[in-house]
Write a protein that binds this ligand. Structure first.
Ligand SMILES: Nc1ncnc2c1ncn2[C@@H]1O[C@H](COP(=O)(O)OP(=O)(O)O)[C@@H](O)[C@H]1O
Ligand SMILES: [Mg+2]
Length: 321
């Protein structure tokens, strides 16, 4: 049985916008599943339907084997959802927030005590117990918000862009905690993100979506094989020097994707990697090209994402995807 099974899901808003368009996906129990897509892809619309906040226009959703529209109460009891806005009560202390949640979900007081202790440990919150919640930084508030939502020990935790706006350090701390939740509590985690490195670091399964549709779903390894791409990187002494050869390689491999980043050209090739490697080396040497090094690389998640979403052909240094 899957934790989540979505079939032919469509969501059209009253204003006519089709946020989800015949979408299918499955989430396994106990995994971290990342829904990766640019702004406006439909990530929040999907999470709002899965967590019973919105109705769908068409399609079926099964959560832990039960139909969502027929069993909304069952589903609400099994899940927790942490939205982008923090929802803790700043007039209460950390402990009061936790206890309030445990009473709301009618958790037996002995059990609640154990769970709260464990959550404070997982989320590294013990140093904050004596300070008022209103004095916490944004990152710590977000951690507490997730910890509170876990007091009821939900089977599935939904997180909509959990690290948006966080600095690098808070983001790394949050990632460590999400892995701990999966490993120590066995919670299935469904998160949305537009950060490639977040999906790459955390996920057992990555699902790439755009314009309300799923373009690909699988482990990092499966996505790598799915795109069947190898990358040759040539490092130049400067960006200007690298730029000169974009067209040369595109012509040589007939409209393959050549991208420029960090003074390097990245050439994506689908097959015959070793013969292409020799061909490129010959071209570089025969034309006395001023380059520093050449190597065959595995595609990064960014390469995979760009190929799958068929984004702009030339991704120049400093540009956002
Ligand atoms: N409540 C709403 N009413 C009308 N259109 C909406 C609503 N929520 C989202 N949309 C539209 O649906 C599309 C998908 O939005 P959203 O699900 O928020 O994407 P994401 O979370 O990936 O950024 C966008 O075009 C957005 O403008
Ligand atoms: Mg969103």
């Amino acid at each position: 049985m899957f934790a989540i099974e979505v079939k032919n899901l469509t969501k059209q808003y009253k204003n006519g916008v089709k946020a989800l368009d015949d979408l299918n996906l499955t989430v396994k129990k106990g995994e971290i599943f990342s829904l990766l897509g640019p702004n406006g892809a439909g990530k929040s619309s999907l999470i709002n339907i899965l967590t019973t906040f919105y109705n769908s226009t068409y399609g079926t959703v099964n959560i832990l084997g039960k139909n969502l529209s027929e069993n909304p109460h069952f589903v609400r009891n099994q899940i927790a959802c942490v939205a982008q806005q923090v929802s803790i009560d700043e007039h209460l202390s950390l402990m009061e927030n936790m206890l309030f949640q445990s009473r709301l979900y009618k958790v037996d007081s002995k059990k609640a005590e154990e769970r709260i202790k464990k959550l404070i440990d997982i989320f590294d919150l013990s140093n904050y117990l004596k300070y008022p919640v209103s004095s916490y930084s944004g990152g710590v508030k977000r951690r507490l918000d997730i910890a509170i939502n876990l007091v009821s020990l939900p089977k599935i935790l939904f997180l909509d862009e959990p690290t948006v706006g966080m600095d690098v350090e808070s983001r790394a701390t949050m990632w460590k905690m999400l892995l701990k939740i999966r490993d120590e509590l066995g919670t299935t985690i469904f998160l949305t993100t537009h950060y490639l490195e977040e999906a790459d670091f955390l996920s057992d399964t990555i699902c790439i979506m755009k314009k309300g549709q799923i373009l690909a779903q699988g482990s990092r390894y499966e996505l790598e094989n799915y795109i069947n791409q190898n990358i040759i990187r040539i490092l130049f002494p400067s960006t200007e020097e690298a730029k000169k050869y974009i067209n040369t390689f595109d012509t040589m491999f007939k409209a393959k994707i050549t991208t420029l980043k960090n003074k390097s050209l990245f050439i994506s090739l689908t097959n015959n990697i070793s013969s292409s490697f020799i061909e490129i080396n010959k071209l570089l040497l025969n034309n006395c090209v001023n380059f520093i090094g050449i190597e065959i690389m595995k595609p990064s998640l960014e390469d995979i994402f760009l190929i799958i979403t068929n984004s702009n052909k030339y991704k120049m240094e400093g540009e956002k995807c």
